[in-house]
Design a protein around this ligand. Structure first.
Ligand code: COA
Length: 375
């Protein structure tokens, strides 16, 4: 069917991010990700995505203070966490928590631009607290409070692992957050914009986005990648493993992309970080297996790794639990999702595409007692 999966369809005009799929380039508000990743911080990128310019020093301080002040979960939401910790998967927890957060947001159902900016900062600030709280509780530990001395990235590590990260680990996490912060009209951002276009509230739009990111063809791929690397176990087994999976007509998670026809620029940075962190911990096994997988998939299918592939070994080496990889992706993408929803509200028209009807026509109603049973 032409346009299947909305391939090549332009669904919105945006000033937030841009991809050149042929050249493998990604830009946030015109800044190349290759410049932002090594030089910027997640907090700066949040400002960039929401204000469409990098912050001055005082603006950055203001935004950072705002995030620090907003990190604690509302007591009503915190009280839900013990139930989630025993009953819900991490992404279900995050989806439902973000939805629940709307009930006690200080801005209530105010959908004005100012209220939505404040809501966006709260959602960005609190996502790591929700993930950390859930993880601690499921391990029988008390949730930690965010540490105001740590960066947003440092807090992601602190709240989950309970260890204050050193500068290198916090910096690696920061780069990961920057790389995942936005990515044009990916499926979850589109979902957020569709919900926002009905003038539904920001929390609803974020709930739709998280629900959409959850699937293995989108954000869920990073967890599947790590499970595959663990399954492979050592570099010498990678090639045969991949060939078997491909012979079975299955997809290799972390490869391929709808837009990039060359290397995903985020994968370039994550490959480097995977090596760096492996060397720092004296165990480059996951990096080496990843390289073998990458080589085999390229030889066999001509496919490049996407953002999820090398992120898996980086997160694993940072001590993050595998089933939290996708929630952490969501926590960083909250920056982009909220920016896109606000952009949609600012110049809204209901998103309502057409479908091509392929079912039967000219049917006539038959009363139920004359229909007979299906064979
Ligand atoms: N492993 C093996 N083959 C793959 C593949 C992968 N990861 N990704 C794509 N292909 C193949 C498909 O089987 C298809 O082959 P065919 O034409 O012989 O049927 C062809 O490449 C096109 O794939 P398709 O799934 O139609 O592309 P898409 O643009 O609809 O999907 C993805 C893009 C990302 C969903 C897809 O590449 C994928 O499923 N990748 C794995 C999941 C993943 O890593 N997701 C994270 C994305 S950031």
């Amino acid at each position: 069917m032409p346009g299947a999966g909305l391939e090549d369809v332009v669904a919105a005009a945006t000033s937030i991010s841009d991809i050149d799929g042929k050249l493998g380039r990604l830009f946030y508000v015109g800044y190349d990700i290759h410049e932002l990743a090594p030089n910027s911080t997640f907090e700066e990128v949040v400002h960039l995505l929401h204000h469409l310019r990098l912050p001055s020093r005082s603006e950055l301080e203001k935004l950072t203070d705002n995030l620090i002040a907003e990190r604690d979960l509302n007591p009503w939401v915190a009280a839900l966490m013990p139930t989630f910790a025993t009953e819900a998967s991490p992404m279900s927890m995050l989806r439902t928590t973000v939805s629940a957060m709307s009930a006690h947001d200080p801005d209530g159902w105010d959908n004005s631009a100012d209220a939505n900016y404040r809501k966006a900062m709260r959602l960005i600030a609190r996502a790591p607290s929700a993930i950390g709280s859930y993880h601690r509780l499921r391990n029988g530990l008390e949730p930690l409070r965010a540490n105001p001395k740590l960066s947003h990235a440092g807090n992601v590590l602190w709240l989950i692992t309970g260890e204050e990260p050193d500068e290198d680990a916090a910096r690696i996490m920061d780069i990961c957050l920057i790389l995942h912060a936005d990515h044009t009209m990916n499926a979850s951002t589109f979902a957020a914009r569709v919900a926002a276009s009905t003038l539904s509230d920001l929390h609803s739009a974020m709930t739709a986005a998280i629900a959409t990111l959850k699937g293995p063809l989108h954000g869920g791929a990073n967890e599947a990648v790590m499970k595959m690397l663990l399954d492979i176990g050592e570099p010498s087994k990678a090639s045969a493993y991949i060939k078997t999976v491909l012979a079975d007509k299955q997809k290799i998670m972390g490869f391929g992309h709808r837009v990039y026809k060359t290397e995903d620029p985020r994968a370039t940075h994550l490959r480097g970080l995977s090596k760096e962190i492996g060397e720092a911990f004296g165990d480059t096994r996951w990096y080496e297996i990843s390289l073998e997988v990458e080589k085999t998939v390229m030889d066999e299918k001509g496919l490049y790794p996407n953002v999820d592939f090398f992120a898996a070994s980086v997160y694993y080496c940072l001590g993050l639990p595998i089933d939290l990889f996708t929630p952490i992706f969501a926590a960083s993408r909250m920056a982009g999702w909220t920016a896109h929803a606000r952009e949609q509200y600012a110049d809204n028209r209901l998103i309502r595409p057409e479908s091509e009807y392929i079912g039967p026509r000219n049917q006539h109603y038959v009363p139920i007692d004359q229909r007979g049973e299906q064979k």
